[in-house]
Design a protein around this ligand. Structure first.
Ligand SMILES: [Zn+2]
Ligand SMILES: [Zn+2]
Length: 237
């Protein structure tokens, strides 16, 4: 029965390459074009935020060398280059939720060991403002969190923290404005957070102001260490 259902779904929604959106065969991970390359982030990265760096000489990127983050350490699955950018756009705005399976598979392969070493107890997605989520139909960070939870057999809790303000898009703002924009944007649903080590996940990492704001909120409820994992990240130089 399940097979018939999945075959019908395949007919209605034929599988597509999560990177370039061309049709692929059922069971294929990527199209032949995209499958020949390795897409996950390679080379030296910032020890704090996980941004790719030009050389391995410095420990921290320019950004992290001059400011503190509320989270302990962050990683990203992909660098934010063209194909990934377009893929993430469709994942976020064009209902390509199924891409999460590919992102989470790559994340688990690359960072499953790190997540276990950090002692992560639960995965928490960066929340979206309720009204915005109703309009879009889903929170892409939560879709990714759930796929990752299935890959790693870890619980996902999307109900610890909520976004109480619909902040203006961060794209046009500088770092200081971003922080101001996010001040008091998140709130705990209960006074006490029952987890110590939390993996916070989001789709894109830029300056870290969003994950920092959520991490601060979680720490205020008693969590001790917040780690973060984003699907993609910009360069750190
Ligand atoms: Zn492709
Ligand atoms: Zn950094």
């Amino acid at each position: 029965m399940r097979e018939i259902a999945s075959e019908m779904l395949g007919f209605l929604y034929p599988p597509r390459c999560p990177l370039c959106d061309t049709l692929i065969l059922p069971g294929e991970r990527l199209c032949a074009d995209c499958g020949g390359e390795s897409w996950t982030l390679q080379g030296p990265v910032c020890m704090r935020c996980g941004k790719p760096m030009e050389s391995g000489r410095e420990e921290y990127c320019r950004d992290c060398a001059r400011k503190q983050h509320a989270y302990r350490q962050g990683k990203a699955v992909f660098a934010y280059h063209d194909k990934v950018r377009q893929s993430m756009y469709r994942f976020k705005y064009a209902n390509r939720r199924e891409y999460a399976g590919f992102y989470a598979g790559e994340a688990a392969r690359k960072y499953g060991g790190w997540i276990a070493r950090c002692g992560v107890e639960v995965i928490v997605p960066v929340p979206m403002y309720a009204w915005k989520q109703r309009r879009r139909g889903y929170n892409q960070a939560e879709v990714f969190a759930r796929a990752l939870g299935r890959e790693l057999d870890l619980p996902v809790d999307a109900g610890i923290v909520r976004r109480i303000r619909n902040t203006v898009p961060q794209k046009e703002l500088n770092d200081r404005q971003r922080r101001k924009n996010l001040k008091n944007a998140f709130q705990l649903n209960k006074d006490v957070v029952k987890y110590s080590q939390i993996l916070l996940v989001d789709d894109i990492y830029t300056t870290g102001s969003t994950v920092d704001a959520v991490a601060e909120t979680l720490l205020s409820g008693g969590a001790t260490h917040i780690y973060c994992l984003c699907i993609s990240i910009g360069a750190g130089f």
